[in-house]
Design a protein around this ligand. Structure first.
Ligand SMILES: [Zn+2]
Length: 317
């Protein structure tokens, strides 16, 4: 039995975890699966959720699976393959994982082991495309250019012209990938996977995006060979503090001030908002989602960014 391998890559906050949870939650995967998660200060899919679905999880925390922990990653993959207890392996690299490297590792194993590299997905937040290609093209460009499917997230938050521009720019660096622009909530997990397995099409909202007259700038460097994850830092706390929702919202509004906090690209966590209620939050510079959550023993907050002012973060939270 050939083990199928799906890679879900994407920059911080693009929605990798949301996507994997959606697929699992909709029972898209009927077979036994193992999830390999690599974190960069990111909060992983909670164990309770995965337990409900009997999913095996392997976390690699000590570094990036495309470089510093590549041996650990390869060995983990080999062990899972040898154990013959799983039929599908889902790999979730960290936001700064180089997709090209991860694909290379899996392809190498494919030569000897009975595995098949099935999906190579990059989740891309359409609202952050311009900014992140400018700032972090090394990781961002690598993920986009090496994916066979690009799932654009938050497309419901931009107009057609903006969406069309981003699609065209992505096409410039990846001519063959399927690009899915339909908002994820409008697609079932089965449809999403089906689209991901289709070849080189653009699957879009009904509008004809090709009608837009677009100009491109070609000065982005996507072939930078440096591989420096150190440009990102992650800050985190465990806290028993109560953050009323209005306070939480104003904190995140203020986090957009780069001069004060550095460039925050992502924050995620779970806190108490009053004496009984808890919320989970997801923050990227253009979106804040707060949703009710189960109580936990302690609140947890993670912030990821570039040049983060950790001292100020300590005081604001
Ligand atoms: Zn790496």
């Amino acid at each position: 039995m050939t083990i199928q391998i799906d890679i879900f890559s994407g920059f911080f906050g693009a929605g990798k975890t949301t996507l994997i949870k959606k697929l699992i939650d909709e029972n898209v995967y009927s077979k036994k699966i193992t999830l390999i998660e690599n974190e960069f200060g990111e909060i992983p899919i909670d164990g309770a959720f995965l337990k409900k679905y009997n999913i095996e999880i392997k976390e690699i925390k000590a570094g990036c699976i495309c470089c510093s922990t590549v041996i650990d990653f390869t060995n983990t993959l080999r062990e899972i393959i040898k154990s013959k207890e799983t039929e599908r392996i889902i790999i979730e690299p960290s936001g700064v994982g180089k997709l090209s490297e991860i694909v290379k590792i899996v392809k190498k194993l494919e030569e000897d082991d009975d595995i098949h590299l099935n999906l190579v997905i990059a989740a891309v937040d359409v609202t952050m495309y311009e900014e992140f290609t400018e700032l972090f093209s090394e990781f961002y460009g690598d993920q986009i250019s090496h994916a066979s499917t690009i799932l654009l997230s938050r497309t419901q938050n931009v107009d057609d012209e903006e969406l069309g521009k981003v699609v065209s720019k992505i096409r410039e660096i990846n001519e063959t990938a399927s690009i899915v622009t339909t908002p994820w909530d409008d697609l079932s997990g089965v449809e999403l996977l089906g689209l991901s397995e289709a070849d080189g099409q653009q699957i879009s909202r009904d509008e004809d995006l090709s009608a837009f007259d677009l100009e491109f700038d070609d000065d982005h460097d996507h072939d930078d060979d440096d591989h420096n994850h150190d440009i990102f830092t992650s800050w985190g706390i465990e806290t028993p503090k109560i953050f009323p929702e209005t306070q939480l919202r104003s904190i995140f509004e203020s986090l957009k001030d780069e001069a004060v906090f550095g460039k925050v690209v992502r924050s995620k966590g779970k806190v108490q908002i009053d004496t009984v209620n808890w919320v989970e939050f997801d923050f990227v510079p253009n979106a804040l989602e707060i949703r009710a959550s189960e109580p936990d023993e302690i609140g947890r907050i993670t912030v990821i960014g570039h040049d983060l002012n950790q001292a100020i973060l300590d005081t604001i939270f």
